[in-house]
Design a protein around this ligand. Structure first.
Ligand code: KDG
Ligand code: MG
Length: 397
């Protein structure tokens, strides 16, 4: 079975998504997510200009060989653009292979290890009353675990709390002060625990903002509140930073949503510096690469917590849910859903019930792409926010 056609579809039903659709001479189509938030057209061009010409005429069943050809054969390895493009090809080929087998994709990954996939949702508020309302809303939706993000006194626009301005094109500017955050956050978790009790799994995302010393202090200060995980405490490219954090706190650490290959985790996994790996299928070279990552992590007792915000498309999310159902060392899946219009473009893929996901039993990935609906939502340039300190200098976002 040969690949005969490939389309790169850029659409914006509420937010931008990039999707690769491969077609074979057997008339089958496979889908892969190539969305890289704020840099979408770079991946679209990488695919259509550089990857698609290499794919036409190749064996659609040779997933590992195609992966290695695109990774090793380009010479310029790694990076989010390259690995998102490879991921899209990889997932589309797994989709096709599973359709040929007449099986849902998770069956090709070893079959189900669990009945359903537990998720966490996002809660945030500028102050405690707003935060408590947000947590109650997630619990009412059935989420078994909640990520808690809060405003910080003295800061106007904080990650995950500030609402984007309507129709902004240039990056929103948020503000940051690590000292104020470190003073404020432990009290917020104390209040949340007092209000919601000891059993609710709570998570928090630091979004790469602290020095190792600050992160160590925060981890220690949060220990009484028994977090499920503390995420991205330091800038992720500095693997050795987590050695210092680990020496000072037992808080479970999660990292990896901006990683692209297993090499970004080499020190972290082999030295047991983390507890959860966060890479999504979409930015990490696809199912082939994330399955290998999770198998390495399993050797060290490290579990999965795959990245799943709205910028992972329904195609990328479906791939994650198939993996989550199959791997033994599943931890939790992030899931926030997508803008309502996305359901006009992408159909199927998974169900979300009582805070849990299931990929269903349709052969393949289970997602269909409506090209007419996609065309009705043209690409709109969009950026992620940037972060500024009080003196105007740039801080990690
Ligand atoms: O595109 C950036 C987002 O995916 C990121 O800010 C979300 O940190 C995030 C998370 O944990 O979902
Ligand atoms: Mg995060």
């Amino acid at each position: 079975m040969r690949i005969v056609d490939a389309a790169v579809v850029v659409t914006s039903p509420g937010r931008n998504f990039v999707t690769l659709q491969l077609r074979t001479d057997a008339g089958l189509t496979g889908l892969g997510d190539a969305t890289l938030n704020g840099r979408e057209l770079a991946v679209a061009a990488y695919l259509s200009e550089h990857v698609v010409p290499l794919l036409i005429g190749t064996d659609a069943h040779a997933i590992e060989h195609t992966w290695q050809s695109l990774y090793r054969g380009a010479y310029w390895r790694r990076g989010p653009v390259t690995m998102a493009a490879i991921a899209a090809v990889d997932v589309a080929l797994w989709d096709i292979k599973a359709q040929v087998a007449g099986l849902p994709l998770y069956q090709l990954l070893g079959g189900a290890s669990r009945d359903r996939v537990a998720t966490y949702g996002h809660a945030s508020g500028r102050d405690l009353p707003e935060l408590f309302d947000s947590i109650r809303a997630r619990l009412a939706e059935g989420y078994p675990a909640v990520r808690v993000q809060t405003g910080v006194p003295g800061l106007q626009r904080v990650y995950a709390v500030a609402q984007p301005d309507a129709d902004t094109v240039l990056p929103v500017v948020e503000d940051w002060d690590s000292a104020a955050y470190l003073r404020h956050l432990p009290g917020v978790f104390e209040s949340v625990r007092n209000e919601f009790g000891p059993d609710l799994p709570l998570l928090h995302d630091v979004h790469h903002r602290l020095s190792p010393q600050q992160a160590a202090r925060l981890g220690r200060d949060l220990e009484p509140y028994d977090l499920f995980w503390l995420e991205d405490v330091t800038p992720a490219e500095d693997q050795s930073a987590l050695r210092l954090v680990r020496q000072h706190t037992t808080v479970p650490l999660a990292i990896g949503e901006v990683f692209n290959t297993v090499f970004d985790y080499q020190t972290l996994i082999t030295e047991r510096l983390i507890d959860f790996v966060r890479s999504p299928v979409t930015h990490f070279g696809g199912i082939t690469a994330v399955k290998k990552l999770l198998d390495l992590a399993a050797v060290y007792g490290i579990r999965s917590g795959l990245h799943g915000p709205a910028d992972i498309s329904p195609v990328g999310m479906a791939a994650a849910v198939h993996l989550d159902l199959a791997v033994h060392n599943f931890g939790i899946q992030e899931f926030t859903g997508h803008p309502p219009a996305a359901a006009e473009v992408f159909r199927g893929g998974y169900t979300f019930r009582d805070g849990h996901l299931h990929p269903g039993e349709a052969p393949g990935l289970g997602v269909t792409l409506d090209l007419d609906a996609a065309a009705a939502y043209p690409y709109r340039r969009a950026y992620l926010p940037v972060n500024r300190l009080h003196d105007g200098s740039v801080h990690d976002w």
